[in-house]
Ligand binder design. Structure first.
Ligand code: MOS
Length: 728
């Protein structure tokens, strides 16, 4: 089904199941241990061997020699796999560095070997017996040293690295009120609960790979390319994922090594990338150094706005696209955004938890707060004054829906913004200095082709199959709701099967594009199934209604079970998108409100209240959407106050590479969180009239925390994380 004109009325609009709170249909399986994760498939895999990954001990250079003799002779060892066993490896579309290093080493903890043994402990013990001699080369690990002179590089293929409207320099020079500030964000790691993990099993030349991955088809394709295996010989299964956050969008070394290990051992091999390797072996969110300049007239009208950002990556990598939201979020006739990309020899950077906008808004929304103060304006009034309903770079193009102002105003009213004292460091509650902060939230909505197959069985059960993943987000549930609404059956008459390459290719999970696109694909397949039913029954398809397990048309009616009695009916289709997203800018908006207390004696910051108001199209399931947003808000607190991969600039590695030393928020760090979804129906987005919402919940939170801390203390911090040593 091609979606190229705005959606008209369709069965989803009944909203008898879609749009209603529904707890997870996979919840009981998960809470009772019945949901098998990637490392837990013994039922299908008899007698697996265990792999242990060895990571490079240098950041850049060459392996001079590698002595495996002692390790090979160790108890239980079956095989040891190195780059030499991989043959000539191809380069997957989404990988920057080789997934197995040697002899050349591109980054610290790049995988150089997999030890396969009868038990995990034996593999681990043997790995310690591998002797590697390296020749170390000089690397560049310091972003600050090279950020300003790095070459310009665009964030998206085909888009210019520097993007201009009007004459920024002239307008900024002429502006009566100005801000010119720099902000930094550090490297971050995904820190998902479930590690990267895979089980590989060969059967002749056919491979089955159970792996923890967000994007089944991308990863299957890249595995085929990397190891030269015909794609149709690979079955990839990722039915449950214990968190991905962008780290599991791509093929990683655990999968490649498990496949090679299983080939060498002639046995199924399971590999869980050890936690201490994860930060340096896989991808991370690159650090940024950002500069923002805003010029305005005394009444608060922005006349010039510029956002520049530098980040680093390995050769052929990409920038952290921290400036893109600044092209769209506020009005202003003269504009500049630019990104610089330095070559660094740190591990490879890539998408993490709302890439681009999350770190970009951590700078932009603090700059807006600073500018409002200079203008002696309320920070909400300043944002409202510079709202725009048209895309500032293409004035003929409007946002499909843009309720930023309503988000800010509704949030202000609910949060009690009028009680905020605009002068910082005035409010005390015992030992706490108390402050409130606000930030706009913004994240684009992306259209992605997404397919599904739907079957109506003789028992009246509707089965949905798609390679969509559920990374803890609720995909199983919203897909069941969509099929239930379309086929007129209760949710418990729908069986949802996900995460298998045997099923139609879906949007997958990433970039907050999963929910809306994957359900739209299920919608498309259901439309076809409804038509097939009408044809079988000789009903007029134009007048079809499916509800309460019955199908009705032109005064005739029959039960779905009766309709299916002559045999199962199945239909497959995908949602594909035309140019509607070129005519309309599809974005999601929100406002984050935060109240903090800063201890006057210790400098410790505690969150006291949080509120998010989101406008993101139709909300398919308020329960799972809320869970997404409160989780995202929690990540925002982490990026504001705690999260930082510390770079060892001598040896080129992230030194705090485990969960003990990379700090993320725990329950005790997070106060009551309130989430409000504005009524929004976006008929330009897809037939579900829904957009993404998960990452919106994170975008802006860091700045709201920073602004609240400023309001509490009068100390302005611009370098994240905002730890007490910086303001006390
Ligand atoms: Mo997301 S960081 O695109 O999985």
């Amino acid at each position: 089904m091609k979606f190229d004109t705005p959606a008209t009325t369709n069965p989803i609009d009944r909203m008898t199941v879609v749009g209603r709170a529904h707890s997870r249909i996979d919840g009981p399986l998960k809470t009772t241990g019945g949901a098998a994760y990637a490392y837990e498939h013994p039922a299908e895999v008899a007698d697996p061997a265990y792999g242990y990954v060895v990571g490079a001990g240098i950041a850049k250079g060459r392996i001079r020699s590698m002595n495996l003799d002692e390790a090979k002779a160790a108890p239980g060892v079956i095989a040891i796999v190195t780059a030499a066993d991989a043959g000539k490896m191809g380069k997957g579309k989404f990988n920057t560095a080789k997934l197995i290093g040697g002899p050349d080493i591109d980054h610290y903890h790049q995988a150089i070997a997999l030890v396969v043994a009868e038990t995990f402990e034996q593999a681990r013990a043997a790995a310690g017996l591998i002797r590697v001699d390296y020749t170390r080369s000089k690397g560049q690990f310091d972003l600050a040293a090279v950020a300003d002179t790095a070459p310009l590089k665009g964030g998206e293929p085909g888009k210019p690295p520097e993007y201009r409207v009007g004459d920024f320099e002239q307008a900024f020079a002429a502006a009566p009120v100005k801000l010119d500030q720099r902000y930094t964000t550090p490297d971050h790691t995904h820190a998902m609960m479930e590690p990267f993990a895979s089980i590989a099993a060969w059967n002749g030349d056919a491979l089955t790979l159970w792996t923890s991955n967000q994007m089944v088809d991308w990863t299957r394709t890249d595995l085929a390319t990397t190891l030269g295996i015909p794609k149709d010989k690979i079955t990839l299964l990722s039915p449950y994922v214990g968190g991905g956050f962008g780290g599991k969008l791509f093929l990683r070394s655990d999968a490649v090594l498990a496949v090679l290990g299983a080939r060498a051992a002639k046995r199924a091999v399971k590999v869980a990338l050890q936690r201490p390797l994860m930060a340096n072996n896989t991808t991370h969110r690159p650090a940024t150094r950002q500069r923002i300049r805003i010029g305005a007239t005394p009444d608060g009208t922005i006349t010039a706005i510029a956002h520049e950002s530098s980040s680093g990556d390995l050769p052929n990598g990409g920038p952290e696209a921290a400036v893109l939201q600044t092209q769209l979020l506020y009005a202003g006739a003269n504009r500049l955004t630019a990104m610089r990309l330095a070559v660094l020899d740190l591990p490879e950077g890539n998408a993490m938890r709302a890439p681009g906008e999350a770190p970009g808004l951590m700078a932009l929304e603090v700059a807006m707060d600073e500018m409002a103060e200079t203008l002696k304006m309320d920070p909400i009034a300043f944002r409202v004054k510079n709202d725009t309903q048209v895309d500032p770079k293409t004035p003929t193009r409007r946002f499909s829906q843009r309720q930023l102002v309503r988000c800010l105003e509704e949030g202000a009213q609910r949060f009690g913004w009028s009680r905020r004292n605009a002068t910082p460091a005035q409010v005390r509650d015992g030992r706490w200095l108390v402050g409130m902060g606000v930030a706009s939230a913004f994240r684009n909505h992306m259209n992605m082709t997404s397919g599904a197959r739907v079957r109506l069985g003789r028992d009246g059960v509707v089965t949905v199959e798609t390679d969509m993943t559920d990374i803890g987000t609720g995909s199983y549930t919203i897909i069941a709701q969509t099929a239930a609404e379309m086929m007129g059956v209760p949710v418990d008459s729908v069986v949802v099967k996900l995460g298998s390459s045997a099923f139609p290719v879906s949007a997958g999970s990433g970039g907050q594009f999963g929910a809306a696109n994957a359900t739209a694909g299920v919608y498309a397949a259901c439309v076809k199934l409804r038509q097939a039913l009408a044809t079988r029954l000789g009903y007029d398809p134009a007048d079809l209604a499916l509800a309460d397990g019955k199908i009705t048309s032109g005064g005739r009616s029959t039960s779905l079970e009766q309709a299916a009695a002559a045999g199962d009916l199945s239909a497959e289709d995908k949602i594909e998108f035309g140019d509607l997203d070129k005519t309309w800018q599809l974005s999601t908006f929100g406002a984050h409100f935060v109240e903090v207390g800063v201890d006057v004696y210790t400098g410790a910051t505690r969150l006291r209240r949080m509120l998010a108001v989101c406008a993101a199209g139709r909300i398919i399931n308020p329960t799972s959407a809320r869970s997404q947003v409160i989780g995202a808000m929690t990540m925002g607190v982490g990026s504001a106050l705690m999260e930082e991969l510390a770079v060892d600039k001598r040896f080129g590695l992230f030194i705090n590479h485990d969960l003990a030393s990379y700090e993320v928020p725990v329950h005790a760090d997070i106060p009551h969180q309130e989430v409000v979804f504005l009524d929004e129906v976006d008929d330009k987005a897809n037939p579900m009239k829904a957009k993404g919402v998960g990452e919106l919940g994170l975008c802006g939170v860091g700045a709201a925390v920073a602004n609240a801390m400023y309001n509490a203390t009068g100390v302005r911090l611009r370098d994240y994380p905002l730890t007490l040593d910086k303001h006390f």
